[in-house]
Each structure stands twice: as structure tokens, then as C-alpha cells.
Design a protein around this ligand. Structure first.
Ligand SMILES: C[S@@+](CC[C@H](N)C(=O)[O-])C[C@H]1O[C@@H](n2cnc3c(N)ncnc32)[C@H](O)[C@@H]1O
Length: 638
């Protein structure tokens, strides 16, 4: 046994009393271990980073010495190596718990596979603390079952399977099974699917090594059959599971699947825009036993994003939402990827009950895997956004239910504005872009025209190098704006405090360009005042920039892009009640005005089809005109 193995083994020995814990408490205990057993208090993050940096820096050399990422990972795990790099990397892993070591080894594999392949597979692995939180969420589906069955349909480096196997085997031992029987029984209860051959093998080895280190049991062929190398999206399984758990691949399908394969996703299918995780979710739900559970780590976008309205409906057709927990950590959660994620827990319907309103728990998972429940929400049944907590300095829940007329809400349309999305796509119209004005050019406004303080700058501030002029194909283009308006950035980023960033177009600028107008780049939403708006552009920009509007918008948006459709449905205060002065008390007064509205979005009959038409424009590369939708035309979208 290598030095590293024996140290890990000593470290992970738990008191015998642990084996007597019920599965639910075992999972809690496991969760607790993330603070203690995974030794987060003792983790030296710099050493973990150093390890990853060694792999990144020495990738070419490692692959020259070891023919495959798997061969290098093997060397790390068995400690038998004469390679200087492998020895250095192994030293940096020494002393950590086996879960953390396994996570680092799997991450090394991912870094070695190369950026392209990694992205293609979405090989970004779940850190042990988050895995433990997911296992704790899954505990109710394991508790009270003598031999619960478990599937991870995208098992990567075994981030979920290994700790779950440990917990199941301990439970068997606690009930009196001998270690060999406990381990073989556990293996029979679990299945993993992984597309990458090397990762599938790595999972098997990490699983086998856990059984050996912790139970002294050397499993051979048995571990092989637990994890299959296959494509989950086309695999047929003849079994259903008590629990399906995991972190599926994220990313748009693009043209990677046949239309027939996509059709299987039902309303979750958005053509090439469909996300891999939607398909995994649909497929995984089919493999859950009635009354069984699913716990997935997913991007937050599906909770409220308009693109995922169909997915939300498909989910509710099959299951109840038990919990949605937002992960607090936004940066450095996954190695090499920045992603807002949440944990979705579903319970598969016992019989075909169809979609129904029901309450679910909302909580927060912190960087250590700790969980805090912060309230309840209800699932709307018609594809409307679900609720996530809005991240403020204290997490709050904004009820995302539809606004009721009785509470007197108004929309941008009622305020006297229409919504346009900037039509100029620079990558397509490169030849029409100019850095200086020439005959026939129109000013081109970019998202940077909205300054962080909510003011307008046609040049986008001093540092912008964007071409500021556009030569339209014809003289009077219908998409030029000539009147008072407000610009809203179509995407926000993490560094911005607000989700909605708006600025009124300066009257002086409008005066200069009143004859031919201006155009906007595709990352800009233009709110154009119609004849006699009930709210001035300056006030409207301030309302949209207010914390109250931002929190409400965040609650129903779930992504960093600002949907024109959602913006058009945001329930706004009665213009007659708005403060007249944009003075220091404006924010507090606006907050009070918003509080009088009892919902966030305005109901839209036939929302699904309308949504489809509008949301096409939210694809930054697509410019399908909103004008095509007659119902929206009536609502003065442009
Ligand atoms: C986000 S990673 C998660 C891995 C692991 N469950 C974890 O949380 O650490 C997604 C995994 O799915 C695998 N994968 C991607 N497409 C797949 C497919 N069509 N079928 C099976 N596995 C797939 C990738 O190779 C990758 O290991």
C-alpha cells in the first residue's frame, strides 16, 4: 500500500458508532464530514491550487511521459512513479482526505484532456463539499429502504458514486454484513454512465480504491460492471432507480444531435438552443422509480429563464419539486469554469397526476456544503418562472407569482414605451461599421453607452474602441430611433451590482440626430417613448436601476442576459404614485411603490407561443423581428 493510501486510510477511519446511523443521518454525517472529514478547516487552498497549476504548466511534458491522462492519474493514485512531475503532484495531494484527493485527481484528468475535449464533454467536476450537500438532499430517498438503487448518468470521476458507495457499504456493515458482502451488495445497488472511456475507468478505480482503503476489500470485475462507458442520451436501461443523482453536462446542443433525438425532450426542446442538461434531466426522470428522487446540480438559468419554460412544464408533468438550493459560491466552484449553480431535488410522481401547484423548499448551500433553508415557494404550472432566492447581502425571496390587476400594476407599454432590441450585429455587419462619420452614417450605440452610474455616453466612455458609426443599407432604416428613449444593457456581468442597467438617451444627442436617428448594437435594448409617455425617460431609467426593480427582475430572470420579453412583463408601479422628484429619497419611495404590487410578472395569455416569438430575438446572433408576432404587436413590442 502506498504512503498516500495508508495515510488516507488512517484518516478516514470513522468510529464504529457511525455504522449504526440511519441513512439520513449518515448523509448528514457525511455532510458534516465536509466541514470535518473532508477537512475543510485544514485545507490549504494554495496547495490545491498549486497542484492544479503544476498539471496546467506541465501538461505537454506529462502527456509525453504518460501516454494518456489516465496513466498519469494511475501513477498519482498508486504512488509508484519515477517521474519528477508526478512525484511533485503526489506530494501536493498528500494528507488530504480521499474525497478531496479523488476530486483533484479527476480534475487533473480533465486538465490533461485539453480544452476542446473538456468543453465538449463539459468535464467540470463537482467539489466534495457540494457533492455532500447533494447527498444530504438525497437522503430522504435512501432512508428506510433496505437496498436503495442509485444511478449517476454522467459520473465523470465518481464524485457522487464514491461517497454514496461508502455510505451504503457502511450502512450494510452497521446492519451486520461482513465487509466483502457489504461492498459487493453496494456495487449491485449502484450504476454510473460515462461517455469518456478514460473517465469511466478512473471512476471504477476510485470506487475500487475506496472499498480497499476503507473496508479492506479488493473488488475486481464487480466494480467494472457498475460503471458503463456509454452515451446516456441513447442508452437503454432496463431498470428504474430510487435515486438518480449527479451533475450533467451543460452547454447548448447546437447541431450535435439529430432532430429525432431532440424530439424526445418534448417541450424542453428548443432546437439547437436546447441545453444538454435539459435532455439529461428528461432522460434521468424516466429512470426514477415512482416516488423516487432526483438530485441534480444545474445552472440557475432553468429556474426562471424563458428558454426553459418548456422544460419546467415537462418536469412538473413527471415530478414534484422538493427543493431548490442556490449555491452561494459564484467564482472558483468548478476548476476552469465560472457558473452560477443550484441544486434541484425532485420527487417522481407515483402515478400520472399531471402538473399541480405545490410548495417547495428554497435554501442556500454555502462553499462548505452547509445548507440553510430560507423559505418556501410555489411552482406555477404553466411554464412561468419558478423561484430562487435573490442574492443580496441577506438572501431574500421575491414571490414570482403573477401580479393581480387588483394591486394595480403597469408595464412599460402602459408607461408609453415600446421595446426594441438593437439590430446591429457587428460580426455580421463589419463592412457597415465606421470609426468616423461619413455621408449617410448613423450613430451606433453600444451597451457601454449605459454608464455604471446610470448616465448616458454616446461614445461609451473614454476607453471604448468600438466603431461608433453605422452605414445603413438604405437611407431611412425602420430600425433607427429618433425620439426620447432609454437604453438597457442586454447582458450584465458579475462585476455589476445590478441586473438591470439603464440610462436615458441624452436630449442633446437626440436633438443632433433627430432627422435620421440612431441605431443600437445587439447587446442593447431600446425603450422608445411613444407619443406621450406617462413617465419621463430619466425617471424610467431610475426606476429600472432601483434595487426594488432589480431584485424583482433577478427573481424571474435567473441568468445574466436581460430578456426583452421578461422586461416587457415586469409589473411596474402606478405612474400616478411615482415620486415626482428624482431626489435622494427616490429609491425608498420607489421601493414603497413596488411593494404595493403583489406579483412580479404581468400575466400574458398564451404566454408560451408569444414567449417563443420574442425570445428568438434574445439569441444575440439572431435578429428575428419581434414585429412578426401579432399579439405582441398589439402590446407595442417592436
Ligand atoms: C459536469 S461533468 C460531471 C461529472 C461528475 N458527475 C461530477 O459531478 O464530478 C459531466 C460528465 O458527463 C460526461 N458526459 C458528457 N456527455 C455525456 C453523455 N452523452 N453520456 C454520458 N456522459 C456524458 C462528461 O464526460 C463528464 O464527465
Amino acid at each position: 500500500m502506498s504512503d498516500m493510501q495508508s495515510r488516507a486510510r488512517t484518516q478516514r477511519t470513522l468510529p464504529a458508532s457511525d455504522f449504526r446511523l440511519a441513512p439520513a443521518r449518515l448523509a448528514n454525517r457525511l455532510n458534516g464530514e465536509c466541514r470535518g472529514g473532508v477537512n475543510l478547516d485544514q485545507i490549504e487552498p494554495t496547495r490545491l491550487l498549486q497542484f492544479l497549476n503544476v498539471i496546467r504548466r506541465s501538461r505537454v511534458q506529462i502527456l509525453a511521459e504518460y501516454s494518456t491522462p489516465l496513466a498519469f492519474c494511475d501513477a498519482l493514485l498508486n504512488g509508484r512513479t519515477s517521474s519528477r512531475i508526478a512525484s511533485k503532484a503526489a506530494t501536493l495531494l498528500a494528507g488530504y482526505s480521499s474525497d478531496l484527493r479523488d476530486y483533484q485527481v479527476a480534475s487533473a484528468y480533465a486538465l490533461l484532456m485539453g480544452k476542446h475535449r473538456r468543453k465538449e464533454l463539459s468535464a467540470y467536476f463537482t467539489p466534495p463539499a457540494l457533492t455532500a450537500a447533494a447527498i444530504a438532499a438525497a437522503a430522504p430517498f435512501l432512508a428506510g429502504r433496505a437496498s436503495p438503487s442509485i444511478l449517476d448518468p454522467a459520473c465523470g470521476g465518481g464524485a457522487f458514486l464514491v461517497p454514496l458507495a461508502r455510505s451504503l457499504a457502511r450502512a450494510h456493515v452497521a446492519k451486520g454484513a461482513r465487509p466483502v458482502r457489504a461492498c459487493t451488495k453496494t456495487i449491485e445497488q449502484m450504476q454510473g454512465i460515462e461517455l469518456d472511456e478514460g473517465l469511466a475507468t478512473l471512476s471504477r478505480r476510485l470506487l475500487a480504491s475506496m472499498f480497499y482503503e476503507e473496508f479492506g476489500v479488493a473488488l475486481g470485475r464487480e466494480a467494472r460492471s457498475t460503471i458503463r462507458r456509454a452515451d446516456t442520451l441513447i442508452t437503454k436501461l432496463d431498470q428504474r432507480f430510487d435515486l438518480v443523482v449527479g451533475n450533467p453536462p451543460y452547454g447548448r446542443i447546437g447541431s450535435r444531435l439529430t432532430p429525432a433525438a431532440l424530439m424526445a425532450a418534448g417541450r424542453a426542446n428548443n432546437g439547437g438552443h436546447t441545453n444538454f442538461y435539459s435532455l439529461f434531466l428528461m432522460r434521468a426522470l424516466d429512470w426514477v422509480k415512482p416516488g423516487g428522487g432526483l438530485v441534480f446540480i444545474l445552472p440557475t438559468s432553468f429556474v426562471a429563464g424563458p428558454y426553459f419554460s418548456g422544460l419546467r412544464q415537462e418536469i412538473l408533468d413527471r415530478a414534484d419539486v422538493v427543493r431548490i438550493d442556490l449555491h452561494e459560491q459564484r467564482e472558483n466552484l468548478f476548476v476552469g469554469a465560472v457558473q452560477d449553480v443550484c441544486m434541484l431535488t425532485l420527487r417522481r410522481h407515483s402515478k400520472a397526476v399531471g402538473r399541480a401547484h405545490h410548495a417547495y423548499d428554497i435554501g442556500i448551500v454555502d462553499a462548505f456544503g452547509g445548507h440553510k433553508s430560507i423559505g418556501f415557494a410555489e411552482t406555477p404550472t404553466n411554464g412561468e418562472p419558478w423561484m430562487l432566492p435573490v442574492a443580496t447581502n441577506r438572501h431574500i425571496i421575491i414571490p414570482t407569482r403573477l401580479a393581480q390587476r387588483a394591486s394595480r400594476y403597469f408595464t412599460l407599454t402602459d408607461y408609453g414605451y415600446r421595446i426594441r432590441v438593437g439590430k446591429v450585429v457587428p460580426t455580421r455587419e463589419r463592412e457597415s461599421l465606421r470609426t468616423t462619420p461619413t455621408k449617410g452614417t448613423l450613430p451606433l450605440l453600444w451597451a457601454s453607452a449605459v454608464r455604471p452610474d446610470g448616465t448616458f455616453s454616446a461614445t461609451g466612455g473614454g476607453r471604448s474602441k468600438n466603431p461608433l458609426w453605422f452605414l445603413p443599407p438604405v437611407k431611412d432604416v425602420p430600425f433607427a430611433t429618433k425620439g426620447p428613449s432609454v437604453l438597457v444593457q442586454r447582458t450584465s456581468n458579475r462585476d455589476q451590482n445590478r441586473r438591470l442597467n439603464a440610462a436615458p438617451v441624452c436630449p442633446k444627442f437626440l436633438k443632433v440626430h433627430r432627422q435620421h436617428g440612431f441605431v443600437a448594437e445587439n447587446h442593447v435594448i431600446i425603450l422608445e417613448a411613444l407619443d406621450d409617455p406617462r413617465v419621463s425617460p430619466a425617471s424610467l431609467a431610475q426606476i429600472l436601476n432601483s434595487p426594488a426593480a432589480n431584485q424583482r427582475f433577478s427573481a424571474v430572470s435567473g441568468s445574466f442576459s436581460v430578456s426583452a420579453k421578461i422586461l416587457g412583463r415586469l409589473a411596474l408601479p402606478d405612474p400616478d404614485l411615482l415620486p415626482l422628484e428624482t431626489d435622494k429619497k427616490f429609491t425608498a419611495k420607489i421601493e414603497a411603490c413596488f411593494e404595493a404590487i403583489d406579483g412580479v410578472l404581468v400575466p400574458l395569455p398564451n404566454a408560451h407561443s408569444a414567449q417563443h416569438a420574442v425570445e428568438k430575438t434574445c439569441n444575440l446572433r439572431s435578429r428575428v423581428a419581434l414585429d412578426d408576432d401579432t399579439r405582441l404587436k398589439a402590446r407595442r413590442f417592436a
